[in-house]
Ligand binder design. Sequence first.
Ligand code: NAP
Ligand code: ZN
Length: 346
Amino acid sequence: MIPVKAYAANTATTPLAPFGFDRREVGPKDVLIDILYCGVCHSDIHQARDEWGGSIFPMVPGHEIVGRVSKIGKDVKQFNVGDLAGVGCFVDSCRTCVNCQEGLEQYCEKGMVGTYNGRDKEGAPTYGGYSSKIVVDEQYTLHISSNLQLERVGPLLCAGITTYSPIMHWNIGNGHKVGVLGLGGLGHMAVKFAVSLGSEVTVLSSSKNKEADAKKLGAHHFAHTGNEATMKSLRSHFDFIIDTVSAQHDLNLYLGLLKRDGTHIVVGVPPAPEPVHHFSLIGGRKKLGGSLIGGIKETQEMLDFCAERNIMSDVEVIAMKDINGAYERMLKNDVRYRFVIDMATL
Ligand code: NAP
Ligand code: ZN
Protein backbone atom coordinates (compact mmCIF):
# COMPACT_ATOMS: atom_id res chain seq x y z
CA MET A 1 0.00 0.00 0.00
CA ILE A 2 1.09 3.60 -0.58
CA PRO A 3 0.73 5.91 2.44
CA VAL A 4 -0.76 9.31 1.56
CA LYS A 5 -1.23 12.59 3.41
CA ALA A 6 -4.50 14.40 2.88
CA TYR A 7 -7.21 16.70 4.21
CA ALA A 8 -10.64 15.25 4.83
CA ALA A 9 -14.11 16.16 6.01
CA ASN A 10 -15.00 13.70 8.77
CA THR A 11 -18.67 14.66 8.84
CA ALA A 12 -20.94 17.07 6.94
CA THR A 13 -20.62 19.67 9.67
CA THR A 14 -16.95 19.57 10.65
CA PRO A 15 -14.18 21.60 8.97
CA LEU A 16 -11.65 19.76 6.82
CA ALA A 17 -8.66 18.50 8.81
CA PRO A 18 -5.45 16.48 8.26
CA PHE A 19 -6.06 12.81 7.42
CA GLY A 20 -3.88 9.86 6.44
CA PHE A 21 -4.81 6.80 4.36
CA ASP A 22 -3.31 4.27 1.92
CA ARG A 23 -3.64 4.22 -1.88
CA ARG A 24 -3.64 0.86 -3.67
CA GLU A 25 -0.36 -0.45 -5.07
CA VAL A 26 0.34 0.54 -8.67
CA GLY A 27 -1.35 -2.12 -10.84
CA PRO A 28 -0.17 -3.12 -14.34
CA LYS A 29 -2.24 -0.37 -16.02
CA ASP A 30 -1.93 2.27 -13.29
CA VAL A 31 0.10 5.41 -12.95
CA LEU A 32 1.14 6.90 -9.61
CA ILE A 33 0.90 10.70 -9.67
CA ASP A 34 2.61 12.97 -7.16
CA ILE A 35 0.00 15.72 -6.88
CA LEU A 36 1.32 19.27 -7.34
CA TYR A 37 -1.91 21.28 -7.44
CA CYS A 38 -5.61 20.65 -6.92
CA GLY A 39 -8.40 23.08 -7.77
CA VAL A 40 -11.30 23.73 -5.41
CA CYS A 41 -14.70 23.21 -7.05
CA HIS A 42 -18.03 24.25 -5.58
CA SER A 43 -19.02 20.57 -5.90
CA ASP A 44 -16.40 19.88 -3.21
CA ILE A 45 -18.42 22.05 -0.82
CA HIS A 46 -21.80 20.59 -1.86
CA GLN A 47 -20.49 17.07 -1.23
CA ALA A 48 -18.37 17.74 1.88
CA ARG A 49 -21.49 19.28 3.43
CA ASP A 50 -23.72 16.51 2.05
CA GLU A 51 -25.97 19.00 0.26
CA TRP A 52 -26.82 16.49 -2.49
CA GLY A 53 -27.32 13.55 -0.07
CA GLY A 54 -25.50 10.21 0.08
CA SER A 55 -22.04 11.58 0.90
CA ILE A 56 -19.45 9.06 2.12
CA PHE A 57 -17.29 10.10 5.13
CA PRO A 58 -14.47 10.59 5.79
CA MET A 59 -14.24 12.45 2.46
CA VAL A 60 -11.09 13.69 0.75
CA PRO A 61 -12.47 16.08 -1.91
CA GLY A 62 -10.69 17.30 -5.02
CA HIS A 63 -11.18 16.47 -8.70
CA GLU A 64 -9.05 19.09 -10.44
CA ILE A 65 -5.73 17.32 -10.07
CA VAL A 66 -2.40 17.97 -11.78
CA GLY A 67 0.90 16.39 -10.93
CA ARG A 68 3.83 14.38 -12.16
CA VAL A 69 3.96 10.64 -12.82
CA SER A 70 6.36 8.99 -10.37
CA LYS A 71 5.74 5.30 -11.13
CA ILE A 72 4.01 3.31 -13.88
CA GLY A 73 2.64 -0.23 -14.08
CA LYS A 74 4.26 -2.73 -16.42
CA ASP A 75 1.53 -2.49 -19.09
CA VAL A 76 1.23 1.31 -19.15
CA LYS A 77 1.64 2.60 -22.72
CA GLN A 78 0.74 6.28 -22.70
CA PHE A 79 2.72 7.70 -19.75
CA ASN A 80 6.31 7.70 -18.61
CA VAL A 81 7.82 8.53 -15.25
CA GLY A 82 8.31 12.31 -15.14
CA ASP A 83 5.33 13.16 -17.39
CA LEU A 84 2.82 15.78 -16.32
CA ALA A 85 -0.59 14.23 -15.77
CA GLY A 86 -4.11 15.29 -14.82
CA VAL A 87 -7.12 13.62 -13.23
CA GLY A 88 -10.64 15.02 -13.40
CA CYS A 89 -13.97 14.04 -11.87
CA PHE A 90 -13.91 10.27 -12.41
CA VAL A 91 -11.33 7.49 -12.25
CA ASP A 92 -13.24 4.55 -13.73
CA SER A 93 -16.49 3.47 -15.40
CA CYS A 94 -17.95 0.21 -16.72
CA ARG A 95 -16.11 0.61 -20.07
CA THR A 96 -18.71 -1.48 -21.92
CA CYS A 97 -22.02 0.40 -22.01
CA VAL A 98 -22.92 2.46 -25.06
CA ASN A 99 -21.92 5.72 -23.39
CA CYS A 100 -18.50 4.43 -22.30
CA GLN A 101 -17.99 3.02 -25.79
CA GLU A 102 -18.74 6.44 -27.26
CA GLY A 103 -16.24 8.15 -24.96
CA LEU A 104 -18.98 9.62 -22.77
CA GLU A 105 -17.91 7.85 -19.59
CA GLN A 106 -19.49 10.60 -17.48
CA TYR A 107 -22.85 9.17 -18.52
CA CYS A 108 -21.85 5.53 -17.86
CA GLU A 109 -25.04 3.50 -17.47
CA LYS A 110 -23.60 1.70 -14.45
CA GLY A 111 -22.40 5.01 -13.00
CA MET A 112 -18.92 6.45 -13.31
CA VAL A 113 -16.58 6.00 -10.34
CA GLY A 114 -16.12 9.49 -8.92
CA THR A 115 -12.57 10.58 -8.09
CA TYR A 116 -13.86 11.05 -4.56
CA ASN A 117 -17.10 10.35 -2.72
CA GLY A 118 -17.50 7.30 -4.96
CA ARG A 119 -16.86 3.57 -4.64
CA ASP A 120 -14.41 1.65 -6.78
CA LYS A 121 -15.21 -1.75 -8.32
CA GLU A 122 -14.27 -3.46 -5.03
CA GLY A 123 -16.66 -1.20 -3.15
CA ALA A 124 -13.93 0.78 -1.40
CA PRO A 125 -14.48 4.55 -1.05
CA THR A 126 -12.50 6.76 -3.43
CA TYR A 127 -10.42 9.66 -2.14
CA GLY A 128 -9.68 12.78 -4.17
CA GLY A 129 -6.99 15.30 -4.84
CA TYR A 130 -6.62 17.15 -1.54
CA SER A 131 -3.83 14.61 -1.04
CA SER A 132 -0.18 13.99 -1.82
CA LYS A 133 -0.52 11.11 -4.32
CA ILE A 134 -3.11 9.31 -6.41
CA VAL A 135 -3.11 5.99 -8.29
CA VAL A 136 -5.21 5.98 -11.46
CA ASP A 137 -5.68 3.70 -14.47
CA GLU A 138 -3.89 5.35 -17.40
CA GLN A 139 -7.13 5.27 -19.44
CA TYR A 140 -8.62 7.78 -17.00
CA THR A 141 -5.50 9.99 -16.85
CA LEU A 142 -4.95 13.08 -18.99
CA HIS A 143 -1.84 14.52 -20.65
CA ILE A 144 -0.92 18.08 -19.68
CA SER A 145 1.13 20.35 -21.94
CA SER A 146 4.26 21.77 -20.35
CA ASN A 147 3.50 25.06 -22.16
CA LEU A 148 0.74 25.85 -19.67
CA GLN A 149 1.29 27.29 -16.17
CA LEU A 150 0.67 24.25 -14.03
CA GLU A 151 -1.09 25.98 -11.13
CA ARG A 152 -3.61 27.36 -13.64
CA VAL A 153 -4.36 24.02 -15.30
CA GLY A 154 -6.06 22.00 -12.54
CA PRO A 155 -9.38 23.86 -12.85
CA LEU A 156 -9.59 22.90 -16.53
CA LEU A 157 -10.19 19.29 -15.40
CA CYS A 158 -13.64 20.18 -14.03
CA ALA A 159 -14.58 23.87 -14.48
CA GLY A 160 -13.00 23.82 -17.94
CA ILE A 161 -14.49 20.63 -19.35
CA THR A 162 -17.91 21.26 -17.76
CA THR A 163 -18.29 24.46 -19.78
CA TYR A 164 -16.37 23.36 -22.90
CA SER A 165 -18.47 20.22 -23.40
CA PRO A 166 -21.90 21.91 -23.70
CA ILE A 167 -20.39 24.71 -25.82
CA MET A 168 -19.16 22.04 -28.26
CA HIS A 169 -22.30 19.91 -28.03
CA TRP A 170 -24.61 22.83 -28.87
CA ASN A 171 -22.15 24.22 -31.44
CA ILE A 172 -22.01 27.55 -29.66
CA GLY A 173 -19.74 29.93 -31.53
CA ASN A 174 -19.58 32.70 -34.05
CA GLY A 175 -22.74 34.80 -34.34
CA HIS A 176 -24.33 33.57 -31.12
CA LYS A 177 -25.35 35.82 -28.28
CA VAL A 178 -24.37 33.94 -25.14
CA GLY A 179 -25.22 34.75 -21.54
CA VAL A 180 -22.98 33.30 -18.85
CA LEU A 181 -24.97 33.22 -15.64
CA GLY A 182 -22.78 33.29 -12.51
CA LEU A 183 -19.16 34.40 -12.67
CA GLY A 184 -17.31 31.88 -10.53
CA GLY A 185 -15.01 28.97 -11.38
CA LEU A 186 -17.23 27.50 -14.11
CA GLY A 187 -18.52 30.87 -15.29
CA HIS A 188 -15.13 32.41 -15.93
CA MET A 189 -14.10 29.40 -18.03
CA ALA A 190 -17.39 29.59 -19.98
CA VAL A 191 -16.58 33.23 -20.79
CA LYS A 192 -13.08 32.34 -22.01
CA PHE A 193 -14.28 29.49 -24.25
CA ALA A 194 -17.30 31.31 -25.71
CA VAL A 195 -15.24 34.44 -26.44
CA SER A 196 -12.47 32.35 -27.98
CA LEU A 197 -15.03 30.72 -30.30
CA GLY A 198 -16.41 34.05 -31.48
CA SER A 199 -19.64 34.45 -29.51
CA GLU A 200 -20.89 37.78 -28.20
CA VAL A 201 -20.76 37.17 -24.46
CA THR A 202 -22.68 38.84 -21.65
CA VAL A 203 -21.91 38.01 -18.04
CA LEU A 204 -25.09 37.87 -15.97
CA SER A 205 -23.98 38.31 -12.38
CA SER A 206 -25.58 38.84 -9.00
CA SER A 207 -22.36 40.64 -7.94
CA LYS A 208 -22.22 44.26 -9.12
CA ASN A 209 -18.48 44.43 -8.46
CA LYS A 210 -17.52 41.82 -11.08
CA GLU A 211 -17.99 44.06 -14.14
CA ALA A 212 -14.33 45.00 -14.59
CA ASP A 213 -13.26 41.37 -14.19
CA ALA A 214 -15.88 40.20 -16.68
CA LYS A 215 -14.50 42.62 -19.29
CA LYS A 216 -10.92 41.60 -18.49
CA LEU A 217 -11.89 37.98 -19.08
CA GLY A 218 -13.06 39.01 -22.55
CA ALA A 219 -16.82 39.38 -22.03
CA HIS A 220 -18.37 42.01 -24.30
CA HIS A 221 -21.12 43.03 -21.87
CA PHE A 222 -22.00 42.80 -18.21
CA ALA A 223 -25.44 42.75 -16.63
CA HIS A 224 -26.20 42.91 -12.92
CA THR A 225 -29.08 40.49 -12.41
CA GLY A 226 -30.37 42.55 -9.50
CA ASN A 227 -31.03 45.52 -11.80
CA GLU A 228 -34.61 45.26 -13.07
CA ALA A 229 -34.21 47.75 -15.91
CA THR A 230 -31.13 45.92 -17.24
CA MET A 231 -32.90 42.59 -17.03
CA LYS A 232 -35.92 44.01 -18.88
CA SER A 233 -33.69 45.35 -21.65
CA LEU A 234 -32.28 41.83 -22.15
CA ARG A 235 -35.62 40.09 -22.72
CA SER A 236 -35.57 37.82 -25.84
CA HIS A 237 -31.88 38.58 -26.29
CA PHE A 238 -29.81 35.39 -26.00
CA ASP A 239 -29.38 32.32 -28.20
CA PHE A 240 -27.88 30.44 -25.25
CA ILE A 241 -27.52 30.91 -21.52
CA ILE A 242 -24.93 28.81 -19.69
CA ASP A 243 -26.16 28.65 -16.10
CA THR A 244 -23.39 27.97 -13.60
CA VAL A 245 -25.15 29.19 -10.44
CA SER A 246 -24.62 27.02 -7.37
CA ALA A 247 -27.55 28.38 -5.31
CA GLN A 248 -31.30 28.86 -5.67
CA HIS A 249 -32.31 31.20 -8.54
CA ASP A 250 -35.43 31.75 -10.67
CA LEU A 251 -35.06 29.86 -13.96
CA ASN A 252 -38.25 31.43 -15.32
CA LEU A 253 -36.63 34.85 -15.19
CA TYR A 254 -33.67 33.69 -17.28
CA LEU A 255 -35.80 31.68 -19.75
CA GLY A 256 -37.41 35.06 -20.47
CA LEU A 257 -34.04 36.38 -21.66
CA LEU A 258 -33.82 33.77 -24.45
CA LYS A 259 -34.78 34.47 -28.04
CA ARG A 260 -37.33 32.22 -29.74
CA ASP A 261 -35.79 28.71 -29.94
CA GLY A 262 -33.09 29.70 -27.46
CA THR A 263 -31.54 27.18 -25.07
CA HIS A 264 -30.85 27.47 -21.36
CA ILE A 265 -28.12 25.04 -20.32
CA VAL A 266 -27.77 24.21 -16.64
CA VAL A 267 -24.44 23.04 -15.34
CA GLY A 268 -24.74 24.47 -11.82
CA VAL A 269 -26.38 22.17 -9.27
CA PRO A 270 -28.24 24.06 -6.52
CA PRO A 271 -29.07 21.89 -3.50
CA ALA A 272 -32.86 22.03 -4.18
CA PRO A 273 -34.87 21.67 -7.44
CA GLU A 274 -35.86 24.89 -9.26
CA PRO A 275 -39.50 25.17 -10.39
CA VAL A 276 -40.02 25.85 -14.11
CA HIS A 277 -43.32 27.22 -15.35
CA HIS A 278 -44.32 25.54 -18.63
CA PHE A 279 -45.25 28.96 -20.05
CA SER A 280 -41.57 29.92 -19.71
CA LEU A 281 -40.77 27.22 -22.29
CA ILE A 282 -43.78 27.15 -24.62
CA GLY A 283 -43.81 30.91 -25.16
CA GLY A 284 -40.94 30.99 -27.67
CA ARG A 285 -40.39 27.23 -28.15
CA LYS A 286 -37.47 27.31 -25.72
CA LYS A 287 -35.28 24.48 -24.56
CA LEU A 288 -33.91 23.66 -21.15
CA GLY A 289 -30.86 21.37 -21.23
CA GLY A 290 -28.12 20.19 -18.95
CA SER A 291 -24.62 18.81 -19.18
CA LEU A 292 -22.28 16.87 -16.90
CA ILE A 293 -18.50 17.39 -17.07
CA GLY A 294 -17.09 15.59 -20.18
CA GLY A 295 -15.60 12.27 -21.27
CA ILE A 296 -11.88 11.46 -21.26
CA LYS A 297 -11.48 11.98 -25.02
CA GLU A 298 -13.19 15.35 -24.96
CA THR A 299 -11.29 16.40 -21.82
CA GLN A 300 -8.01 15.70 -23.63
CA GLU A 301 -9.31 17.66 -26.63
CA MET A 302 -10.18 20.57 -24.33
CA LEU A 303 -6.72 20.50 -22.71
CA ASP A 304 -5.11 20.53 -26.16
CA PHE A 305 -7.43 23.38 -27.25
CA CYS A 306 -6.35 25.34 -24.15
CA ALA A 307 -2.65 24.66 -24.83
CA GLU A 308 -3.08 25.88 -28.42
CA ARG A 309 -4.95 29.05 -27.46
CA ASN A 310 -3.17 29.68 -24.16
CA ILE A 311 -6.40 29.40 -22.17
CA MET A 312 -6.00 28.81 -18.43
CA SER A 313 -7.97 29.44 -15.28
CA ASP A 314 -7.50 32.64 -13.25
CA VAL A 315 -6.49 31.33 -9.87
CA GLU A 316 -5.65 32.23 -6.31
CA VAL A 317 -3.14 29.70 -4.98
CA ILE A 318 -3.70 28.76 -1.34
CA ALA A 319 -2.03 26.58 1.27
CA MET A 320 -3.81 23.36 2.25
CA LYS A 321 -4.46 24.63 5.78
CA ASP A 322 -6.48 27.56 4.35
CA ILE A 323 -9.07 25.34 2.68
CA ASN A 324 -11.87 26.02 5.18
CA GLY A 325 -11.48 29.79 4.75
CA ALA A 326 -11.54 29.33 0.98
CA TYR A 327 -14.87 27.46 1.25
CA GLU A 328 -16.33 30.35 3.27
CA ARG A 329 -15.14 32.85 0.67
CA MET A 330 -16.65 30.81 -2.19
CA LEU A 331 -19.97 30.81 -0.36
CA LYS A 332 -19.79 34.61 -0.29
CA ASN A 333 -19.10 34.73 -4.08
CA ASP A 334 -15.62 35.95 -3.21
CA VAL A 335 -13.47 33.83 -5.51
CA ARG A 336 -11.37 35.28 -8.35
CA TYR A 337 -11.94 32.82 -10.00
CA ARG A 338 -10.69 29.50 -8.70
CA PHE A 339 -8.84 28.54 -5.54
CA VAL A 340 -6.03 26.10 -6.20
CA ILE A 341 -4.24 24.24 -3.42
CA ASP A 342 -0.46 24.07 -3.64
CA MET A 343 0.16 20.50 -2.47
CA ALA A 344 3.70 21.33 -1.39
CA THR A 345 1.99 22.96 1.62
CA LEU A 346 0.32 19.71 2.72
P1 NAP B 1 -18.44 29.05 -7.72
O1 NAP B 1 -17.05 29.31 -8.16
O2 NAP B 1 -18.78 29.18 -6.29
O3 NAP B 1 -19.38 30.01 -8.61
C1 NAP B 1 -20.78 30.00 -8.50
C2 NAP B 1 -21.29 31.37 -8.91
O4 NAP B 1 -22.73 31.35 -8.80
C3 NAP B 1 -20.89 32.48 -7.95
O5 NAP B 1 -19.63 33.02 -8.22
C4 NAP B 1 -21.98 33.52 -8.18
O6 NAP B 1 -21.69 34.27 -9.36
C5 NAP B 1 -23.19 32.65 -8.48
N1 NAP B 1 -24.04 32.57 -7.28
C6 NAP B 1 -23.74 31.99 -6.11
N2 NAP B 1 -24.74 32.13 -5.23
C7 NAP B 1 -25.72 32.78 -5.88
C8 NAP B 1 -27.00 33.20 -5.53
N3 NAP B 1 -27.52 32.99 -4.29
N4 NAP B 1 -27.77 33.82 -6.46
C9 NAP B 1 -27.26 34.06 -7.70
N5 NAP B 1 -26.03 33.70 -8.05
C10 NAP B 1 -25.26 33.06 -7.18
O7 NAP B 1 -18.90 27.59 -8.13
P2 NAP B 1 -18.39 26.65 -9.35
O8 NAP B 1 -17.29 25.82 -8.86
O9 NAP B 1 -18.26 27.45 -10.56
O10 NAP B 1 -19.64 25.66 -9.48
C11 NAP B 1 -20.91 26.17 -9.87
C12 NAP B 1 -21.95 25.08 -9.79
O11 NAP B 1 -21.69 24.10 -10.82
C13 NAP B 1 -21.95 24.30 -8.48
O12 NAP B 1 -23.29 24.03 -8.14
C14 NAP B 1 -21.23 23.02 -8.83
O13 NAP B 1 -21.58 21.94 -8.01
C15 NAP B 1 -21.70 22.80 -10.23
N6 NAP B 1 -20.85 21.94 -11.05
C16 NAP B 1 -21.47 21.19 -12.00
C17 NAP B 1 -20.72 20.40 -12.86
C18 NAP B 1 -21.38 19.64 -13.95
O14 NAP B 1 -20.78 18.70 -14.45
N7 NAP B 1 -22.55 20.00 -14.39
C19 NAP B 1 -19.33 20.37 -12.71
C20 NAP B 1 -18.73 21.17 -11.75
C21 NAP B 1 -19.50 21.96 -10.93
P3 NAP B 1 -22.06 35.84 -9.41
O15 NAP B 1 -21.35 36.47 -8.24
O16 NAP B 1 -21.52 36.26 -10.71
O17 NAP B 1 -23.55 35.92 -9.32
ZN1 ZN C 1 -15.98 20.12 -10.02
